[in-house]
Design a protein around this ligand. Structure first.
Ligand SMILES: Cc1cc2nc3c(=O)[nH]c(=O)nc-3n(C[C@H](O)[C@H](O)[C@H](O)COP(=O)(O)OP(=O)(O)OC[C@H]3O[C@@H](n4cnc5c(N)ncnc54)[C@H](O)[C@@H]3O)c2cc1C
Length: 309
């Protein structure tokens, strides 16, 4: 892994920086590249534009590691209201959340109760809820949580990360419950004892797991989303799917708002399902710095804002 990625991931978790950097105007300017605004209305406006061109969306209200369970209730209420707004606006938009944002650090049962209330609301509107995958200490608990909620409802999916050695094995076990999977490479700083230190290994593992998912799409009809901006991997997935006789409309690619917008349009025109994840909220600092870590050249863009604003 490269040093600049490590430094940026360290910055993403630094308490002083979390408190102070978001107040700096030039950083706020740069963040606009990755999110349309801080309010849900900004996300809704962007989702309407995407809908016009055939791109679906998923909303994430930014936040993680809240201070108590009252805050968890507020976040859960926010998501339920958002589902209602999505419904009223007739948007092809799902939601995606972090379990630590609805109390996972305090109570499994309360988090389950809150998540369930969100998924019931989603079902009422024929919608869907994704569970983000956070740092490795949450991995096992998140997968167990997913098994439990999946046994009660179908409209929930979980994110898996290809940088972890264990993911292939976990996916194999999850396939028994007909899961909905979003595959990513992984955004956090993880030790070499549990995660591939080299990017090429993360990429190779991504493709190996993608093949497992493509077979599961074909044989079990599961929902799998390939969440990546890696055009090389996307081409390999397309080729493997073609070889397996999987039609394009069964392939789902997910990307982040502001990254590879031209390719998003090309994929949708080619007949693939494309979903763009739109984040919003005031708590954007750690999330934003993880985006910088994915492509340290983005730091240049932040600095450019310093001189142009
Ligand atoms: C829909 C979605 C949901 C996600 N959910 C999670 C989650 O729950 N847990 C988790 O750990 N991670 C999540 N991620 C982040 C993911 O783990 C990666 O960190 C991120 O997607 C970058 O990896 P990549 O697959 O695009 O490949 P990379 O090899 O990192 O990037 C491929 C190419 O894409 C472009 N690119 C990638 N990132 C950026 C960027 N930030 N800015 C500009 N260009 C960029 C560059 O051209 C780069 O060469 C999610 C990603 C997506 C798209």
């Amino acid at each position: 892994m490269n040093i600049s990625r490590d430094i940026l991931l360290w910055c993403s978790a630094n308490p002083w920086m979390k408190e102070n950097i978001p107040k700096m105007g030039f950083v706020r300017g740069a963040v606009k590249k990755f999110m349309p605004g801080e309010n849900v209305e900004d996300a809704i406006k962007a989702a309407k534009d995407f809908k016009e061109v055939g791109i679906r969306t998923v909303f994430t209200y930014l936040g993680e590691n809240i201070k108590d369970l009252n805050e968890a209730e507020t976040v859960a209420d926010h998501y339920k209201q958002t589902l209602e707004k999505i419904h009223v606006n007739e948007l092809p938009t799902e939601i995606s959340l972090k379990l630590t944002h609805i109390g996972f650090n305090y109570s499994n049962d309360k988090t389950f109760e809150l998540f369930k209330s969100i998924s019931i609301k989603a079902k009422e509107y024929n919608n869907f809820v994704w569970i983000d995958m956070e740092q490795s200490p949450y991995f096992h608990r998140t997968v167990e949580f997913y098994r439990r909620i999946r046994s009660e409802t179908e409209n929930v999916g979980i994110c898996l990360q290809s940088y972890l050695y264990r993911t292939k094995e976990d996916l194999q076990k999850l396939l028994d419950i007909s899961p909905n999977i979003r595959l990513v490479k992984g955004a956090y700083k993880e030790p070499a004892a549990i995660a591939f230190p080299e990017k090429t290994d993360v990429d190779n593992n991504y493709f190996e797991i993608s093949k497992m998912l493509l077979i599961a799409i074909k044989e079990k009809g599961i929902r799998a989303a390939f969440a990546t901006h890696d055009l090389n991997i996307i081409s390999r997935i397309e080729a493997y799917a073609k070889m397996q006789g999987i039609p394009r409309e069964k392939l789902e690619f997910q990307m982040l708002y502001g990254i590879k917008p031209t390719e998003q349009l090309i994929l949708v025109k080619e007949g693939y399902k494309v979903i763009v994840l739109i984040s919003y909220g005031t708590y954007w600092y750690p999330w934003y710095v993880r985006r910088l870590a994915e492509r340290p050249a983005n730091v240049g863009f932040v600095l450019k804002n310093l001189f142009t604003n």
